[in-house]
Design a binder for this molecule. Structure first.
Ligand code: HEC
Ligand code: HEC
Ligand code: HEC
Ligand code: HEC
Length: 423
């Protein structure tokens, strides 16, 4: 699929004008009370009626289709990123995962992600949902759930999954990132804004809207509310997150036999790019998620808009040529190298953690591992898998921040090596 790209928004300029400029540009758009649209064929301004919200208070994607036909059409193009065919089955790709995730839901099924339009299908069919699952599992799957939480409060998280999912009809759509006003960016998940705390102005809005779901979270033990394990960018680093979980005595599950209190990391894209105070090179240059994943495009009538087809920048030759080439003569090769380095180490370290889990299991079963030594090994088991998973489940396979990825894998390897040396 070829897209003509407009070059007005040069990213070098973006780098200097940076965060404030972006926010200002978006805020400068006209308010939506009376939404207007250029009618190119007639060459005149045409009044278009504001669409009606649904019973959740959400204006659906369908509702916006006549007012924003180009954004809507590109949004619909995400249907081509379907689950199933061509997607990785991680349990087959990394057989050690069956051991590493033993005793928890990811060992039942773990497929590569699909596009935003498939979130409701995916959550309805994943073997990771059980009778005990709660509505909090729908947090990042439908704007209707976001609207329920924002109007009724945190009690929505604790309702039974089956009850709430039955009400949902809209996968991720406009409301998640714009609420009911597409001329502005608005983060729907307020818990994420709370987690950014006073640093909210340090991150461009076009990264916040993605970061609100592409992040590491847990469910509060009492309220069941979706919560991030940090407040502020400095606390968004793996060491600090681990300390946070340690302090609250948190674990997602107990590893079978060894009883190690394990942590399951989610999809820390945002933390990988922005966390810990040392941003990725591209974030430091002022690039937000949408600058790489939502390229500018030109409509049939020559007007410019932002493509809402969320793809890999490597699949967009137009973007590579217009924006990236000046600094990355061969970005595809560079990314392939970063990803190969990550993949090799993720595999190698997973084998070491598998060896550790198996040896600990054997020795606990044989009655030769207990007490202080078991406690020490449990800690190393927990820590090594925490750092390893932080990289494993990040969706860019190292490309978002190769330096951070290496540092995090070094910590995983150090912990597992130390543990293996004790056995
Ligand atoms: C409301 C939550 C939510 C928001 C907001 C969100 N995402 Fe996603 N995203 C998801 C989920 C959930 C998936 C996985 C879908 C599945 O497999 O069911 C996903 C999948 C993706 C994929 C496809 C992954 C693949 O391997 O094909 C890309 C790319 C992506 N998101 C990028 C973005 C970008 C860029 C933004 C911001 C402009 C963003 N997302 C905002 C929740 C969200
Ligand atoms: C996952 C987040 C996300 C979703 C979902 C989303 N948008 Fe956007 N939208 C963005 C971002 C990010 C930008 C601005 C990009 C920039 O300038 O940095 C944007 C920009 C826009 C704009 C401003 C004009 C333009 O093209 O740049 C309109 C209008 C718009 N979106 C409409 C929609 C409509 C209609 C839907 C639903 C069919 C939708 N958006 C869904 C993230 C989203
Ligand atoms: C500097 C450009 C850049 C920025 C900024 C960026 N990404 Fe990416 N992203 C990439 C590259 C490169 C890949 C690897 C693509 C591939 O393997 O084809 C990727 C992969 C992904 C994937 C996996 C989907 C796929 O098609 O492989 C997701 C999901 C994703 N990014 C989300 C995000 C989110 C969320 C943010 C912001 C918090 C973000 N990205 C910021 C460049 C970027
Ligand atoms: C002004 C120069 C410049 C432009 C333009 C540029 N990059 Fe970069 N990018 C860099 C530098 C410098 C690095 C550090 C690694 C290196 O030296 O290649 C980097 C690193 C990256 C990384 C690794 C993650 C990170 O931030 O360290 C990705 C992915 C990436 N760039 C993608 C892109 C994409 C996609 C585009 C076009 C949309 C782009 N870059 C445009 C300068 C640039």
């Amino acid at each position: 699929m070829s897209k003509t790209l407009h070059k007005k928004k040069t990213h070098l300029l973006l780098a200097t004008v940076c965060i404030l400029g972006l926010v200002a540009a978006l805020a400068a758009c006209s308010p939506p009370a009376e939404t207007k649209k250029e009618d190119a064929s007639a060459g005149s301004k045409q009044e278009v009626k504001m669409p009606e919200p649904d019973s959740f208070g959400v204006i659906t994607a369908e509702g916006w289709k006549d007012i924003y036909p180009d954004q809507y059409a590109s949004y619909q193009a995400n249907l081509s990123n379907a689950p199933g065919a061509g997607k990785h089955d991680y349990l087959e790709l990394y057989p050690a995962l069956n051991t590493l995730y033993a005793g928890m839901a990811f060992s039942k099924g773990y497929e590569e992600a699909a596009g935003h339009l498939y979130t409701l299908d995916a959550i309805r069919t994943t073997p990771r949902i059980t009778d005990k699952s709660l509505a909090n599992c729908i947090t990042c799957k439908s704007p209707q759930f976001t609207a329920l939480v924002n109007s009724n409060g945190a009690a929505e998280y604790a309702k039974p999954f089956a009850e709430t999912i039955a009400l949902m009809t809209e996968p991720i759509s406009c409301y998640n990132c714009h609420e009911n006003d597409p001329t502005k960016l608005t983060v729907g998940n307020k818990f994420f804004l709370a987690a950014l705390g006073n640093d909210v102005s340090k991150v461009p809005e076009n990264a916040q809207v993605c970061g609100q779901c592409h992040n590491e979270y847990y469910f509060n033990a009492d309220t069941k509310a979706t919560t991030n394990p940090y407040v502020g960018l400095a606390a968004m680093a793996p060491d600090a997150i681990l300390a946070y979980y340690d302090e609250m005595g948190f674990s997602d599950w107990k590893y079978p036999v060894t009883e190690t209190p394990m942590i399951k990391i989610q999809h820390p894209e945002f933390e990988t790019i922005y966390g810990g105070g040392t941003q990725s090179n591209m974030a430091a240059l002022g690039y937000g998620c949408s600058d790489c994943h939502m390229a500018p495009a030109t409509a049939a009538d020559g007007s410019e808009y932002t493509s809402h087809e969320w793809t890999s920048p490597l699949e967009n030759q137009g973007l590579l040529d217009s924006t990236c080439k000046s600094c990355h003569p061969d970005l595809k090769k560079q990314v392939a190298d970063w990803q190969a380095t990550e993949d090799e180490r993720v595999k190698a370290i997973s084998l070491k953690i598998e060896e550790l889990a198996k040896k600990m299991t054997d020795q606990v079963n044989a009655g030769t591992l207990a007490g202080d030594k078991l406690a020490q090994l449990q800690k190393l088991h927990r820590n090594s898998q925490f750092y390893w998973d932080f990289v494993m489940v990040e969706n860019s396979e190292g490309a978002h921040n190769p330096k951070f990825t290496k540092a995090t894998l070094d910590k995983a390897e150090k912990a597992v090596d130390e543990a293996l040396a004790m056995l």
